[in-house]
Design a protein around this ligand. Structure first.
Ligand SMILES: [Mn+2]
Length: 293
């Protein structure tokens, strides 16, 4: 695929995200009824921009996520671009370049500048998971959907506390966490009372509404698919489960990030990068397909 050039999203605000997926208000539409989706702006393969956030300062187990943007840029042009009936080869993925800084404060500042410089749909490549907080701060979504093997709900400034920080920003009732399968005792306790939506069934994602930010920690996938992550965890989601989740929220997305891709030191990193690239294209195609009507 040719690395392309731009998009003009006509972002409109829709209704706020549903606070409690289990107790919809009486005037809420049924999940299978057409809701605010009808208001969602059209989006074409030309409407994407790529931003690399090369930040992995707080990683603990495996460092190296800062190398991901460079590696995935090389891989994307090698992949099949006809996905879900959408021809991404016709697209022009505007490249916003990288943010490469040493402090989170500077990351947040420069990320905001980069994101303000385009009207296209940002495809953000981390970096460790902390980068999502920088992007959410800049974009101010109504809701955030996080796909992650870990809840990242520690009371910490590091990558393992990013969901909690995002919940403080957008409200825990507007955070949807899917795929988490390992938590510390402290995280379990926090999640039990925080009000964050822990999604145990894909159906619950049908309640996500508003301007939605999607964050995909690559470790949500099973390590048999991508082992090149900062903190690999067994018994992960299949590629199909992840793409199903993405399709459900695609109509509402305003940005998506792909974080924690951390190349192995051997040739397997290239295979993992190909899989990560396929996930990025699947996401783009799902968004275009959901918005082409
Ligand atoms: Mn994470």
């Amino acid at each position: 695929m040719r690395i392309p050039k731009v998009f003009k999203p006509k972002t409109r605000r829709h209704r706020k995200a549903q606070p409690d997926p289990d107790e919809p208000e009486p005037d809420e539409p049924e999940p299978d009824e057409p809701g605010p989706m009808a208001q969602v702006p059209k989006l074409t393969p030309h409407d994407f921009a790529l931003l690399g956030l090369r930040f992995d300062r707080t990683q603990t187990l495996r460092k190296g996520a800062a190398k991901a943007p460079q590696m995935l840029r090389k891989v994307l042009p090698k992949l099949e671009t006809y996905v879900y009936g959408v021809d991404l080869s016709a697209s022009s993925l505007e490249d916003l370049g990288d943010v490469n800084v040493k402090s989170f404060k500077e990351l947040a500042k420069q990320t905001a500048v980069k994101l303000a410089s385009t009207k296209k749909f940002p495809i953000i490549i981390g970096g460790e998971h902390t980068v999502s907080l920088a992007a959410v701060r800049a974009l101010k979504p109504d809701a955030v959907v996080i796909l992650d093997a870990h809840p990242d709900c520690e009371a910490s400034e590091s990558h393992d506390g990013v969901t909690r920080k995002i919940a403080e920003l957008v409200g825990p009732e507007n955070v949807f966490l899917f795929g988490a399968r390992v938590a510390s005792a402290a995280e379990d306790e926090y999640l039990g009372s925080s009000g964050i939506n822990v999604v145990d069934s894909l159906n619950k994602l049908q309640w996500v509404r508003g301007r939605v930010y999607l964050s995909i920690d690559m470790d949500v996938l099973d390590p048999s698919i991508i082992a090149s992550v900062g903190n690999p965890e067994p018994m992960g989601l299949s590629f199909s489960e992840v793409t199903q989740a993405i399709k459900l929220v695609a109509p509402y997305l305003i940005a998506a990030d792909f974080v924690e891709f951390t190349p192995m030191q051997d040739k397997s990193a290239e295979i993992h990068a190909l899989m990560a690239g396929k996930l990025i294209y699947s996401t783009m195609a799902a968004i275009v397909k959901a918005r082409q009507k």
